[in-house]
Ligand binder design. Sequence first.
Ligand code: SF4
Length: 526
Amino acid sequence: MRVLLLYPLFPKSFWSFEKALELVDRKAMLPPLGLATVAAILPQDWEFKLVDRNVRGISEAEWEWAELVVLSAMIVQKEDFLHLIREAKQHGKRVAVGGPYPTALPQEAQAARADYLILDEGEMTLPLFVEAVQRGEPQGIFRSNGDKPDVTTTPIPRFDLLEFDAYDSMSVQFSRGCPFQCEFCDIIVLYGRKPRTKDPGQILAELERLYELGWQGAIFMVDDNFIGNKRNVKRLLKELKPWMAEHGYPFRFNTEASVDLAQDQELMDLMVECNFTAVFLGIETPDESSLMLTQKFQNTRDSLSDAVDSITRSGLRVMAGFIIGFDGEAAGAGDRIVRFVEQTTIPVALFSMLQALPDTALWHRLEKEGRLYSRLTGMNQTTLMNFVPTRPLEEIAHEYVEAFWELYDPLCYLERTYRHFRRLGAPKCSSSHRKVSWASIRALLTICWRQGVVRKTRWKFWLNLLGVLYHNPRVWEHYLSVCALGEHFLEYRQIVRDQIETQLAEHLATQAVRETQVDAMTAIAR
Ligand code: SF4
């Protein structure tokens, strides 16, 4: 069987970093790890080609070569995902789909005429699909009926199918699931609340494979909560530490974790000793009442600003997610988030309006209360909320746009980044794999030119760089790479403003028409 694996386009988003990627001559931040894993689970006597549409287009020869097209997508990739199903059908191909988007909304993939729906986790449903194909069945829906696979049997992803030069970072997954119960979270719906981890040996084998294939540099541990099972993650880190030292620290890791990381110094130290350099925290809001309402209790136990400080001082740069629009939220939430981000010096703060994702506890509550809008929107930082909030939508949208604008003002961003790196603990590892490429020299010169000569940031840029070189010299490259991300945010804040304001105007116009119609009906009824 000749299988063409396709990964749909992402729209421009907070995480797409086009401007920063252009600087280092890369096409995308992360590869499609899910499809590389699918290729490893399917029979190895099948042939595979993988095309990531965020990297390049599909050639006519590839369409002709394929006997089966396999697509995986998240909700944000919806538009291109549906387009690719239609294109594959026009080429007369059988189409199989899986991943979080078809699992959450299978009816949309069915309506687009996908033949096979391989839903839930592939370790359980791909074998059912293979059996159906071998029996000659032309279509089918494969579900795991609530069962979760044991990920210790998941094979090493087919990293060899990826075009390494196109990516800024590789990805590896250690665990699935999270023990917490945040109301808006779809991770616990898709992967459950009992974290399942791979064995340390599996992860080392995956890293060894990436190393053999020549990858060096960043690796994102894509776990939604890397520390969901602290005992197992410490077992991994204790085996990873000597492996990294023996190999001369070829990789630096980033990941996502819950805020309770700050309560475990041993865990933070182990992460830093394994060359973890940054961690993404779901902080969501400094408003305790909103955290309680959304059942993010773990963020209310200790001071959030102390937690960020402790993680930063341990040597892990903090990135964090923030959300506006919780039920019962008092006016001024946007300002409170900006103040919190400035106080804790978090350079990269992912900020969004609350969205109800399909099948989450939030989705079901809003559905019961009749507050969900029927159409599912793009679900990223440029979309309005998909439900009726408890305070006026205009007020939330206005606060959101203004806070986003302020957070990514070039001078504020530069200054916050500098203050963060002054607090950041010194790294404990030094890599013997330092590659100085023409692309990295060009990126460095471009940043120095734009932020150190052209913009109003010029004095601060040089003063801050000297400060970092003096106080924490081993992080200067890391510092400049975070400064480079500011290039993306500068453009993206304008996109957020334009798109949110346009959608808000459309929303208000539709609402006005509806109100006029209701008034007219009431007048007729009288
Ligand atoms: S901590 Fe993060 S992954 Fe875990 S339930 Fe909450 S939002 Fe989801």
